[in-house]
Design a protein around this ligand. Structure first.
Ligand code: DP6
Length: 330
């Protein structure tokens, strides 16, 4: 069969300063800037093939053929890319995650970062990293931060071309770890996409957005200076501020579970005992505990002892999206 296929890989990322709410939902232009760290031990690998015999797009996730919302979201994205790059062929996509998809770890970030990287090579686009980051953003906002390596900042930007992420420090600059305490293994009740569209209904969102440049400055400086004290204070504040917006949206969204709160208290106790650890929660109940190279083993041991914690998944800071393989029939 005359197929041409490209395989790419990308890591999910954990936001230290969160993206919550959009200025433009369809272009995913965020209401505020954000900073994150890529996660080396977790990845999505995606193969995209052009097969002239296809009469619609097809999507396989972890070996199972998709028909429902994941296929529709992917098709919507592919339609957008076909329009931008003036292409017509349907695509066959096969994607695998090496982490549990139901675990509430942002799989859409690594999924759209790997997919956009594979398509850029398939279409031979020769994009700059910032252009690819903007293209990934159209699939899932946080995916733009999984394109560049290491610690990344996504500036809001008022148009498609200028809303992308850049590396502010490479992954080996500071060996931070994320110990993810899994609290629930079922998918979250309200998706991030739905949550973003509710953000402006919270009376707290405006204040959160107005204060974001200050939090971004503190976080960026803490990363550059490897200042864990200042980082831990700002990431916990940022996570609490985002969840306060979620809880006060109309209708409200409550992602925290009793075990999430138990873990947040335990992280504070760990810090009092001199263990470098700080919590942050995305749109879900699982708790990401950010810690240093010296502390991650103790953090993992402590988390495992908390009743209600199903599993602890850990990862150090990681690189950006990359091409794995390209198979040309000619
Ligand atoms: C809470 O990027 O998953 O994790 O653009 O609709 O796909 P969509 O949303 P998504 O939102 C991420 C929200 C967050 C915070 C963050 O990662 O910055």
């Amino acid at each position: 069969m005359n197929t041409y296929s490209v395989t790419a890989k990308a890591h999910p990322n954990i936001a230290f300063i969160k993206y919550w709410g959009n200025q433009d939902d369809s272009l995913r232009l965020p209401s505020n800037g954000s900073i994150s760290m890529n996660l080396a031990s977790l990845s999505t690998t995606t193969t995209v093939s052009i097969n002239p015999k296809l009469n619609s797009d097809s999507l396989e996730l972890n070996g199972s053929t998709q028909t429902g919302p994941p296929l529709r979201r992917t098709q919507q994205y592919l339609n957008l890319l076909r329009k931008i790059f003036k292409r017509e062929e349907f695509l066959d996509i096969k994607s695998t995650n090496d982490f549990p998809m139901s675990a509430g770890i942002a799989s859409s970030a690594s999924a759209f970062a790997a997919l956009s990287t594979a398509i850029a090579h398939l279409y031979r686009l020769r994009l700059q990293q910032k252009e690819l980051s903007a293209i990934a953003r159209l699939g899932s906002g946080s995916a733009c931060r999984s394109i560049p390596p290491g610690y990344c900042e996504w500036k809001t930007g008022s148009s498609h071309e200028v809303s992308f992420a850049i590396t502010i420090a490479p992954e080996h600059h500071w060996a931070l770890w994320d110990c993810i305490a899994l609290v629930e293994s079922k998918p979250k009740e309200v998706s991030s996409t739905k949550g973003h569209s509710r953000a402006d209904s919270s009376p707290l969102q405006y204040a959160r957005i107005m204060d974001t440049p200050r939090r971004l400055d503190i976080c960026r400086t803490a990363i550059i200076n490897k200042d864990f004290g200042s980082l831990s204070e700002i990431i916990e504040l940022d996570s609490n501020a985002m969840h306060a917006v979620m809880m006060t949206s109309k209708p409200p969204i409550m992602y925290w579970q009793p075990t999430s709160l138990l873990i947040m208290h335990e992280v504070k106790n760990m810090r009092h005992k001199g263990i470098a650890a700080a919590y942050t929660l995305d749109a879900g109940s699982n708790v990401h505990v950010i810690c240093t190279e010296e502390s991650y083993q103790k953090v993992e041991d402590n988390l495992q002892d908390i009743p209600g914690v199903i599993e602890v998944i850990k990862s150090p800071s990681g690189g950006g999206a990359c091409l794995i393989q390209s198979k040309n029939p000619n």
